[in-house]
Design a protein around this ligand. Structure first.
Ligand code: ADP
Ligand code: MG
Length: 264
């Protein structure tokens, strides 16, 4: 009888070792779920009614021997439409990361409506903004969840932001709002995924919109159409966009030019 039980015993043992192996992962996830969300802890959003300023901002990445930004001075008024233009490696993304509070500058001041931004209040500034990064991040989930992104579902707004990026008909033709984003079957192209990330940023209805080459993988015609629509429709929003084409930059009210980490 013992001999017959041996295979089961070995299965039990291997089961126990699998449980032990996954327990660590489960503990890590559990800790994450228990953690307080930083933004809930740190109070209301910082008022933004006038201006965003960078004064003598410098920034250097760890383990590099060169400043990626040196003595940047810019002032952006509320409602401005700003294009950031410059060669690759000139510091555009780094400057945007300072503006959205991903990097704290090593020198200089970052000021919103006269209030200096530091590590204590940066989270409260972020509540004013939405950001479309250069590399799109979408979840293995539905179009709807990717765009609503924690907010309540509002059908009218949802449709509107998809139409802003000319994606409503495409989404409908690929299985509707419940279509899976990463799915081979729905088969969204890279440029279409980028437009979904753009729609998500609009859905959040923040007063400041940051775009880091948010339309870089679109063909020129679609890119033009979308930028034109966003700039003419969202007059009250402050829009700060890193753009690659001079023709697109010209549609903006102001252009900030960067060269080797300096504004010129
Ligand atoms: P852009 O967006 O204009 O192409 P970046 O802001 O990405 O330029 O980069 C500016 C400079 O900082 C470049 O010299 C780049 O090599 C450097 N850099 C960017 N990110 C990092 C990083 N994470 N670590 C070290 N150096 C970086
Ligand atoms: Mg960049």
């Amino acid at each position: 009888a013992l001999f017959r039980m041996l295979p089961s015993l070995s299965r039990v043992l291997s089961g126990i070792s699998i449980i032990n192996m996954y327990k660590k992962t489960l503990d890590m996830v559990h800790i994450e779920f228990k953690a307080e969300i930083e933004s809930q802890k740190l109070g209301a959003k910082i008022n933004f009614n006038k201006s965003i300023e960078l004064k003598n901002i410098s920034f250097q990445y760890l383990e590099t021997d060169k400043q990626s930004l040196s003595n940047i001075n810019i002032k952006i008024e509320k409602g401005d439409k700003i294009a950031i233009f410059g060669e690759s490696g000139s510091g555009k993304s780094t400057m945007m990361d300072v503006l959205i509070g991903l990097h704290l500058a090593s020198n200089g001041k970052f000021i919103i409506d006269g209030v200096e931004i530091n590590s204590d209040n940066i989270v409260r500034w972020r509540k004013n903004i939405s950001f479309v990064p250069q590399k799109v991040v979408l979840f293995e989930s539905t179009v709807k969840e990717n765009i609503v992104f924690g907010k309540e579902y509002d059908e009218k707004l949802f449709r509107e932001v998809l139409e802003d990026v000319y994606m409503y008909d495409i989404v409908m033709s690929k299985g509707g709002i419940e279509a899976k984003v990463g799915d081979e079957i729905s088969g969204f192209s890279g440029g279409q995924l980028q437009r979904l990330a753009f729609a998500r940023a609009l859905y959040q209805e923040r007063s400041v919109l940051f775009l880091d080459e948010a339309t870089s993988s679109l063909d020129e015609e679609v890119e033009n159409k979308i930028m034109y629509k966003i700039l003419s429709k969202y007059k009250e929003k402050t829009i700060i966009a890193i753009v690659h084409k001079e023709a697109i930059a010209d549609k903006f009210g102001k252009i900030i030019r960067l060269k080797d980490g300096k504004n010129c």
